[in-house]
Ligand binder design. Structure first.
Ligand code: NAD
Ligand code: UDP
Length: 319
């Protein structure tokens, strides 16, 4: 039986990856320090004899007994309000955490995939973004702690690949959404859906003409799975190229939720990228992958999830 370590396992993407690898017949070792994650996302897996959970901070030395075939390094705050609240931990998990996991992969002769991001492109001057684009990041801006941690993570991973011959994979994830996102994590989809459910006005930042391209979680997990199983070591964009302005998106949410709240405008956060759309030619060609789930369907599934939360969770203040 193949053994896989998944870091950030109690978070949104990590928990879906745990489900996928359990379903594929792997023995899953889940690791998380619960700084932005929640055990409820993986509680259903605890009865499985092929699932183990380690409560551990990956910026500290990581030890796993026995053999290990694969590592997925997904631990990192991922929402702008999270990484602004814990900037130093964000830098550490991308740098020291990645170093620990690359070291572990080397000792175990395991293949490692690291979760990078479209944020390596910063506020992009090339549109749509191909993997060949070097990016436009303000190193000392508020988002720099996340963007630069991820850029360093990619460099370190490639160095382990070239220098030590480690089997590495790098996925550049574009905005992904779905059930198990934290309702109050500040990202636009849970923000708008929470506001709709609480009867509050929808807060659009800036003039709302900035764009994003949203990928449903099941499509993202399929892309990550195929990349891990491929033999391709350079970065690959995984995301849905269906681009939309935040204004249009707010209108779609109002339609979906059948609510008649207003849209209110708030200042645009510093260095908020004005446009973002993945070029997924590489993923199509190398992995035979492209997203299947349309935004309308993905949003409905996500809204059903948020609706199923208790009133207590809905009203919970951010930690
Ligand atoms: P999330 O906040 O839901 O999950 C991150 C998990 O990592 C949490 O459970 C958190 O407790 C854990 N964690 C953080 N620091 C840790 C540490 N030092 N040690 C152990 N665990 C730690 O976020 P997510 O959306 O699931 O993102 C997961 C990964 O995917 C991140 O690396 C993120 O940068 C990347 N990513 C996500 C998106 C997206 O749209 N969701 C986009 C680009 C990249
Ligand atoms: N955004 C918004 N209102 C909110 C939260 C976010 O208008 O309540 C905007 C944000 O400024 C950005 C876009 O939505 O332009 C996506 O933000 P998110 O935090 O989800 O992801 P990221 O900026 O990291 O792509």
């Amino acid at each position: 039986m193949k053994k896989i370590l998944i870091t950030g396992a109690a978070g949104f993407l990590g928990s879906h990856l745990c489900d996928r690898f359990i379903n594929e017949g792997f023995h899953v070792i889940a690791m998380d320090n619960l700084i932005t994650g929640d055990l409820k996302n993986i509680a259903h897996l605890f009865p499985s004899e092929h699932f183990e959970f380690y409560h551990h901070d990956v910026t500290k030395f990581v030890h796993i007994p026995g053999k290990l075939d694969y590592i997925l390094h997904f631990a990192s705050p991922a929402s702008p309000i999270d990484y602004l609240k814990i900037p130093i931990q964000t830098l550490k998990v991308g740098s020291l955490g990645t170093h620990n996991l690359l070291g572990l992969a080397r000792v175990k002769k395991a293949r490692i995939l690291i979760a990078s991001t479209s944020e390596v492109y910063g506020d992009p001057l090339v549109h749509p973004q191909t993997e060949a684009y070097f990016g436009n990041v303000n190193t000392i801006g508020p988002r720099g702690v996340y963007d630069e941690a991820k850029r360093f993570q990619e460099s370190l991973t490639m160095a382990y690949h070239s220098f030590h011959g480690l089997e590495t994979r790098i996925v550049r994830i574009f905005n992904t959404y779905g059930p198990r996102m934290r309702l109050n994590d500040g990202r636009v989809i849970p923000a708008f859906m929470g506001q709709a459910l609480r009867g509050e006005d929808l807060t659009v930042f800036g003039d709302g003409n900035q764009t994003r391209s949203f990928c449903y979680v099941d499509d993202q997990i399929e892309g990550i799975y195929r990349l891990l199983m491929s033999d391709y070591a350079l970065p690959v964009n995984i995301g849905n190229p269906d681009e939309i302005t935040i204004n249009e998106f707010a209108q779609e949410i109002l339609k979906l939720t059948g609510t008649d709240q207003k849209i209110v405008y708030k200042p645009l956060p510093e260095n908020d990228p004005l446009q973002r759309q993945p070029d997924i030619s590489k993923a199509k060609e190398l992995l035979g992958w492209e997203p299947k789930i349309k935004r309308e369907e993905g949003m409905r599934l996500t809204y059903n999830y948020f609706q199923s939360l208790s009133d207590q969770e809905l009203l919970k203040e951010e930690h």
